[in-house]
Structure formats: structure tokens, C-alpha cells
Design a protein around this ligand. Structure first.
Ligand SMILES: *Cc1c(COP(=O)(O)O)cnc(C)c1O
Length: 376
């Protein structure tokens, strides 16, 4: 594709000398596991997010699994999950023998529909996993209020909105991932803070929980070779941490570039009537992990039309989780999931990354306009 969906190479070239020397430093000190960069990165991102505790781990999926293990969720316990998200969110629920209970999302901002939560709670419900999809917050204040009232844990899946901030109705501002009992994120290369391989992290503001999380990531041991609980082996490696230490210093610039690029898309596409633009919620900043438009019926046609002009676009996600085979025999559904099902056939994400230029965006938008004029 002449116009790719993202440009990791262009981003790397701008920070090449810092990245290269940070990797070389790990090669020189050979502390490949649990080296000084892992500790400094946990500290640095903790400061950045104002998170009391940070525990690195191997990837975002592990982060979610470890969170549920640390909270001692037991087979048969129910976990409320949006039906429109990446499968990993619900997969770990199934993997641990827990029951995913799917709820719908708001069709304009793609995040969990608050009215669906209480009707989905049963006496087996133990946790809610809001996902900050595409770069902005789920309605956390209301979610926390419901969770407190029903004595439930909240695990934020913040794989897509690291760096975004939530504003409470009283004006308090918090980073996403630090609001729930546990926050989880991924440093997969395509995420807003991506490393050059796999990586993840877990956030909590509770000391006992932090200790338990760390034990779970390290074979259930607090003292080496004394295993108190069943854990797993999930580590952020030193080379990835070294890369993340460099990239964390750029995250605010990256978020701003994405936000500005989204504003350009919105301006260029504002009068194009065959598509619907994504909505920004008032209580969250938006770090535009994706810029996702919607089209009735002709989504795949537009995707092909753009591809014919060598412009990449992606469908996140083509099937809602309630319609995925993997969940068909284990999930429970207590509310209609109409929006999730409809969005799966309507959404299209446009090129969005830190190297995107206005010229390229004009080309993308002209192609979309051409498509809409021809088809309407
Ligand atoms: C990427 C992602 C994950 C999983 O992260 P990995 O590091 O790929 O395991 C989980 N949830 C959401 C919403 C994601 O986008």
C-alpha cells in the first residue's frame, strides 16, 4: 500500500540514535531479564500516569489474565465484558473458567453502554472489564459507582488509550488505567506506546494487590523457590523496557499528533454524508488509537475502493464477541447486543499514526469523497 495504516519505520527513524543506544546498553550489561531498565520503566510510567504501583508483564493479554488471577476470581464467577472489543478481553475470562457476560456498547463512541451493566449483574458477578476502545475512556465514574454498590472489581482494559485522561464530574483528573482496582495495558508495537516485540503492564493503587500481582507474574513466589499460590511466568524483558523508556518521553507528542490528525480528518470529512464520524465524549481526552468511521451497507466496498487506490484501511472488529464461535458455549447474554452486532458490519478505521501528514490525509479523504459521490 502506498498509504499504510501505520508507519513504525518512520517513527523509529526519528528516535533511532536514542533507541539504538538504549538497546546497546542492555546488550552491554546483559541484564536481559529484570534489568535496571525494567525497574526504571516501571517507575517512569508510574510517575507519568500517577500510578502508585506498576508491574511489567509479557503482553496485554497476560496483564488481563494476571489481574483476574490476583483478584482470586474462581471458575463460574461472572465477568461483565463489552461485546465489541478485541477478543483478548473476554478470552482470558474463558481461559480461567470464568463466565463472560456480554454487554452492548454505545454506537457513537464504541464504549460500554452504562445502562446494560446493572441488568447483567447476577449473584455470581465478580468483576466488570471496561475497555477504553480506540483511545478514549469508558464512562468510568458511573462504572465505579455501580461496582461499589454491587461490590464488584473493575479491571480497566487500557491497551488502546494509554496516556488518555478522565475528568470526574467534580473536576478531578486521572489517567486511564489508574481508576479501576486494576488497570491493564499492552505495549504491542501498534499500540500508542508500542515496544519492538511484546510487552504489557498492570497498574494498581493498592499495595496488597500490587504484591499479589507481582507474585502471580512470578510463579506465585514472594521468596525465591517458595511458591504460595499458582502463578504464571510473565515478564517485560529488559530490551523492551529500554525501548519503552525512550518512547515514553515521546508519548505526549505522539498523542498530540494523533489528536491533531483526527481533527484534520474531521474537518476534511465533515460534509461527506455517506459516512458517520466518531464522537468524542466530554469526560475523556482522546488519544486516537484508531480513527474509526461508520458506513451503512457499503463498508467493504469502501475498503476495496481505498485499496484500489493503494490506501490501507482496517476493520476493527468484523464480528462482535457474542457471535464468535469461541464464546458461543460459555458466554451469558442478558441484554440486546444490537449496537455491537451492527458496528461489526459498519466500522472502518483509517490510517492513523504518529507520522501521518496532512497531504496524505487529504488524499485519503478525497478518495472517500469520490466513493461517496459515485455511490450516492
Ligand atoms: C491489544 C489488545 C489487547 C491485548 O494485548 P496484547 O499485548 O496483544 O496481548 C487486549 N485488549 C485490547 C482492547 C487490545 O487492543
Amino acid at each position: 500500500m502506498k498509504i499504510p495504516i501505520l508507519d513504525l519505520k518512520g517513527q523509529y527513524l526519528k528516535i533511532k540514535s536514542d533507541i539504538d543506544s538504549s538497546i546497546q546498553n542492555v546488550l552491554d550489561n546483559t541484564n536481559f531479564i529484570n534489568g535496571p531498565d525494567v525497574h526504571s520503566f516501571e517507575k517512569n510510567i508510574g510517575n507519568y500516569l500517577q500510578s502508585e504501583h506498576v508491574i511489567g508483564c509479557a503482553n496485554g493479554t497476560d496483564a488481563l489474565q494476571i489481574a483476574m488471577m490476583a483478584l482470586n476470581l474462581k471458575p463460574g464467577d461472572e465477568v461483565i465484558v463489552p461485546a465489541f472489543t478485541y477478543a483478548a478481553t473476554a478470552e482470558v475470562v474463558g481461559l480461567l473458567g470464568l463466565v463472560p457476560v456480554f454487554v452492548d456498547v454505545d454506537e457513537n463512541n464504541f464504549n460500554i453502554k452504562i445502562e446494560d451493566i446493572e441488568p447483567s449483574i447476577s449473584d455470581k458477578t465478580k468483576a466488570i472489564v471496561p475497555v477504553h476502545l480506540f483511545g478514549q475512556a469508558a464512562p468510568m465514574e458511573q462504572i465505579m459507582e455501580i461496582a461499589n454498590r454491587h461490590n464488584l472489581y473493575v479491571i480497566e482494559d487500557n491497551a488502546q488509550a494509554l496516556g488518555a485522561k478522565y475528568t470526574y464530574s467534580n473536576g478531578t483528573v486521572k489517567s486511564l488505567g489508574t481508576i479501576g482496582h486494576i488497570g491493564c495495558t499492552s505495549f504491542f508495537p501498534t499500540k500508542n506506546l508500542g515496544c519492538y516485540g511484546d510487552g504489557g503492564a498492570i497498574f494498581t493503587q493498592n499495595k496488597e494487590l500490587a504484591q499479589r500481582i507481582r507474585m502471580v507474574t512470578d510463579h506465585g513466589q514472594k521468596v525465591k523457590y517458595y511458591h504460595d499460590i499458582i502463578g504464571c511466568n510473565s515478564r517485560l524483558d529488559s530490551i523492551q523496557a529500554a525501548i519503552l523508556n525512550v518512547k515514553l518521553t515521546q508519548l505526549d507528542n505522539y498523542s498530540k499528533h494523533r489528536y491533531d490528525a483526527a481533527a484534520i480528518y474531521k474537518e476534511l470529512l465533515k460534509d461527506v454524508n455517506c459516512i458517520t464520524l466518531p464522537e468524542e465524549v466530554s469526560y475523556s481526552t482522546h488519544v486516537y488509537h484508531q480513527f474509526t468511521i461508520r458506513l451503512d451497507h457499503k463498508r467493504d466496498e469502501l475498503k476495496e475502493f481505498l485499496a484500489s487506490k493503494s490506501i490501507a484501511s482496517m476493520t476493527y472488529y468484523p464480528l462482535s464477541l457474542n457471535n464468535q464461535k469461541a464464546f458461543s458455549s460459555i458466554a451469558k447474554i442478558r441484554v440486546p447486543l444490537d449496537n455491537s452486532e451492527r458496528l461489526a458490519s459498519q466500522v472502518l478505521s483509517l490510517p492513523m499514526h504518529t507520522e501521518l501528514t496532512k497531504e496524505v490525509q487529504i488524499e485519503v479523504c478525497n478518495a472517500i469523497k469520490e466513493f461517496c459521490n459515485e455511490k450516492n
